[in-house]
Design a binder for this molecule. Structure first.
Ligand code: GLN
Length: 260
């Protein structure tokens, strides 16, 4: 009889714990001493070398993942990575269904800063115009004309730039697509005249694939940061501390060497 009662009690306890584990929070682990917390990071993996997919394993890899993993190791937490479209990243962190955005995201955008909190920046970047290699008429943004179509990725600073050109009547159509890879495909097929995209990503693409070129100057200055839910100071402090440590101990430079 006594054994039965103890068993029932243990069962009840186990159920309570199992239930507690089903909470809304994206982060796993309750932070109890010795327990490693796992944060859920989200990204849009058509953005190499920052965010891409391993062709063989299907795993999400890139400079952003390696850097965040190094930060996590330094700070004693773990991270998992989930893919989604770029314009879903901020809503995911706002709603708490994800903890961190690791997506080559420009942190110096006031509209984004109202919605999420950004870490210290980890990479300086900017946008460029990309055209087909044999194009002789477009030598920079000023050569785009009212009969042209320009493609960019949804929710990105490139899309903002492309839409601004359209709104100013400088181009015929802003073609806003889900992935950077689709933008490049449309360019190569001649469906659009140009693509506006981040310079390091355009350069990485050109290093692997022929047929396109960057024209003109860099259009803006932007710097990438990791984003967390507004007010999640605990996580932001860990990311900033870890980022500083991996810069100081040379890991950051090793990762730059590896990916660029
Ligand atoms: N840097 C750009 C932005 O922040 C594009 C990022 C991306 O496509 N992953 O909007």
């Amino acid at each position: 009889m006594k054994m039965k009662k103890i068993f029932a009690l243990l069962l009840a306890l186990a159920m309570v714990f199992a239930f507690a584990a089903c909470g809304e929070e994206a982060a796993e682990g309750n932070g109890a001493e010795g327990e490693v917390v796992t944060y859920k990071a989200v990204t849009e993996p058509t953005f190499p070398p920052f965010d891409t997919t391993d062709e063989n394993t299907g795993e999400i890899i890139g400079f952003d993942m390696d850097l965040m993993n190094a930060i996590a190791e330094d700070q004693g937490f773990k991270v998992t990575y989930t893919a989604m479209e770029f314009d879903s990243l901020i809503p995911a962190v706002q709603s708490g269904s994800a903890d961190i955005i690791t997506a080559g995201m420009n942190a110096e955008d006031p509209e984004r800063q109202e919605k999420v909190d950004f870490s210290n920046t980890y990479y300086d970047s900017g946008l460029v115009v990309v055209v087909k290699k044999d194009n002789k008429t477009i030598n920079g943004m000023d050569d785009l004309t009212a009969d042209m179509k320009v493609a960019s990725q949804i929710g990105t600073t490139g899309a903002d730039q492309t839409k601004a050109l359209f709104n100013d009547g400088k181009i015929k159509e802003a073609v806003i697509l889900n992935g950077f890879d689709t933008c490049m495909l449309q360019l190569k097929n001649g469906d659009v005249n140009a693509v506006i995209i981040d310079q390091p990503v355009a350069k990485a693409y050109m290093a692997k694939q022929d047929g396109v070129k960057i024209v003109g100057d860099v259009l803006n200055a932007e710097s990438y940061g990791f984003a967390v839910q507004k007010g999640n100071k605990e996580l932001l402090d860990k990311i900033n501390a870890g980022l500083q440590n991996v810069i100081d101990n040379g890991t950051y430079d090793e990762l730059i060497e590896k990916w660029f």
